[in-house]
Each structure stands twice: as structure tokens, then as C-alpha cells.
Design a protein. Sequence first.
Length: 252
Amino acid sequence: MEQQEVLRTDQITKQYKMGQIIIEALRGVSISVERGEFVGIIGPSGSGKSTLLGLIGGLDTPTTGRVYIDGQDITYLSESELTQVRNEKIGFVFQFFNLVPTLSALENVALPIQFSRKRKFNPHKRAKELLDLFGLSDRMNNRPSQLSGGQQQRVAIARALANEPPLILADEPTGSLDSASGEVVMRTLRDVQRHTGTAVIIVTHDPNIAAQMDRIISMHDGLVVKDAAQMAAVEAYQKQRATGEMSPISIS
Ligand SMILES: Nc1ncnc2c1ncn2[C@@H]1O[C@H](COP(=O)(O)OP(=O)(O)O)[C@@H](O)[C@H]1O
Ligand SMILES: [Mg+2]
């Protein structure tokens, strides 16, 4: 597969000022992620995982250092330019789904397409295709409150994919689900990564989730302390590719 960097951070730091006190949430983090990677970020509470994900996703700007998304330096973009990068290049999946409660599943998924400046898809057609793919054909007109947690999270993944971004960022995506629904959500993210070539970065403190990732970035106290391939996962994936046994995206 063609190697293509979808994310690079260059020595990013983040300081939060709390009155007289400065909290160093990140103290110089350099990572690079290529197209189609399936990466976990782990580390104890307070180690900087969410801060890092927020900076990668253009939700906040670093104190020093640079962030590149799909080859573009996003560090010093204006708020409106950042909004556009987020809309086109990044799909977000949150612990508590963050769907719009007054909109149907279909309308939630169509929303990012309706907001995009370079509209690549017909919003409702694309939303329907994605929900069909995730086994939610009969749930399109339901509002989030009428769906289970696992179904809501699959709607959120469909929404994240709406504009076909090269990168999906998920912060504890299974954190508020029971283990069976969590497994379906993880399988959905894995299928997305395998079939679309979208890179997926998942922040988790769950060792069972971390064990499924191809690569693990471990954080401690605002620094990356380890960044390594997880060989078992990588080998299983390579074997599966060699034998042509790819799991289809078809989850109900
Ligand atoms: N908005 C904020 N203002 C002040 N301090 C913050 C803010 N966000 C995070 N922090 C602090 O930065 C450090 C890293 O936090 P965070 O990135 O949320 O860690 P994690 O996601 O690994 O638990 C912690 O000490 C946290 O208290
Ligand atoms: Mg966090």
C-alpha cells in the first residue's frame, strides 16, 4: 500500500494556565500516523491523552510545536479554516456519542456533508448508504433517544465517515457501552479501517481494546514513553490479508 502520512505532530507542547499555576499537559510529543493505521493511545488518567487528541483534531492549538493533517500544517489556521479541516479531514467519535438529539439518525449522519464547503456527496444518499452498511437500515428515522447505546455509537461512526476523512479520532469510544455493544463498535471501527484505508486512532484505558490495536502509543506525564507495533495483532492482520479473508462490513 502507498505510504502516506495522514498525521504528524512535531514536538507539540500544551500548557494550561490556572491562575498562577502552569500545568504542562504535553511536554514535547512527536508522532506520525500513516494512511490505514489502527493505533491505540494508552496511559494513566492525566497523562495527556485527551489533550493530544484535541490538538490532533484541531479542537485546540498547541502552545509550541506543529500539527500536520494530511500534509497540511494546521497549527496556525484561523478558527474558520480549522473548522473546514475538521469537517473534511477528521471524523470524531466520542464516549457519549454527541449526536444531535432532535435529529434522526439519517439527519445526524447527513449533517457534516451539509456543512462541508466542498460537498463530495449527496447528504441523504450518503447517510443512507452508511447506515445500511452498519446494519441500521431500519433505524434511519429514529432519534438518538430511541436507539441503544451501541446503535447510537454506530450512527456516530457513520457520521464520522460522512465526508470520507483520512483520519478518525475516537476518545474512549466504548467507555459508556456494555461489553457486547463495545465489541460491535470495535469491529465496526476495524472494518472501517480495513475497507476504507482511513486511519483510526483510539484513546482507551481498557486493556482489551488496546490488545486489538496494531500499534500502541503509551503516554505518561505529558510524554510518549513507548510507541511500538503490537506484533500479535499485526501478524494476525497480515495472515488474514494473505489468505484473503477480509471480514465484510455487515454488522447487525
Ligand atoms: N482545560 C484544561 N485546563 C486546565 N488543565 C487541564 C485542562 N485539560 C486538561 N488539563 C490537565 O492536563 C493534564 C492532562 O489531561 P488530559 O489530557 O485530560 O489527560 P488524560 O486524557 O490522559 O486523562 C491533566 O493534569 C489535566 O488536569
Ligand atoms: Mg482523557
